[in-house]
Design a protein. Sequence first.
Length: 189
Amino acid sequence: MFAALFAVLFLVGAIALLLVGPSGSAHAGLSSGFMLPTQDASQVAALLMIGLIASWLGREAITILPICALLMLIIGAMMHIDDHQFPAVRDFIAGAIILFAFGVSMLRNKAHLLFIPPAGGWMYFAGNGYMQQIPSVTTPLFFLLGVVISASLIIAIGISVGIALTDNIQDVLKKFKTLPRVSTFLSLF
């Protein structure tokens, strides 16, 4: 399910680019935005941790935590886009806030809510920081699209690694519980 979700996110960006027929400045914005989250190891680690935590929480958090984090990235970044040049930015910010609130309200497990504020807060300030580095030859929307696609793919990698590690750890624990000494000890409880 999460793979389909991130494939849809990627395709939305790719289809929009194919329909628009981007110019050289748009390509510059996309490529510089796409590379920006990968330039700092701490940012890559934080994005991977969001994916790992989402996969370890499981259930609905595996999709809602990354989506809420990406929405906060978009909100933080769009705060720096000039609304005189792009008048629909205010509507997109309002829509992202509503989607964020809707996503948080979908969490049934209250313990999962503990992970939304740190991830969302970090992503909000990361979005602010990313938009400080826009090249002068591009528009902020193409730059933001590149950042969002890159961040979503890094989070998807974190989710994939988390699922693989979770399955491996569970297999090791099952084998460990079948050992004679461990099973005897566990039978006491």
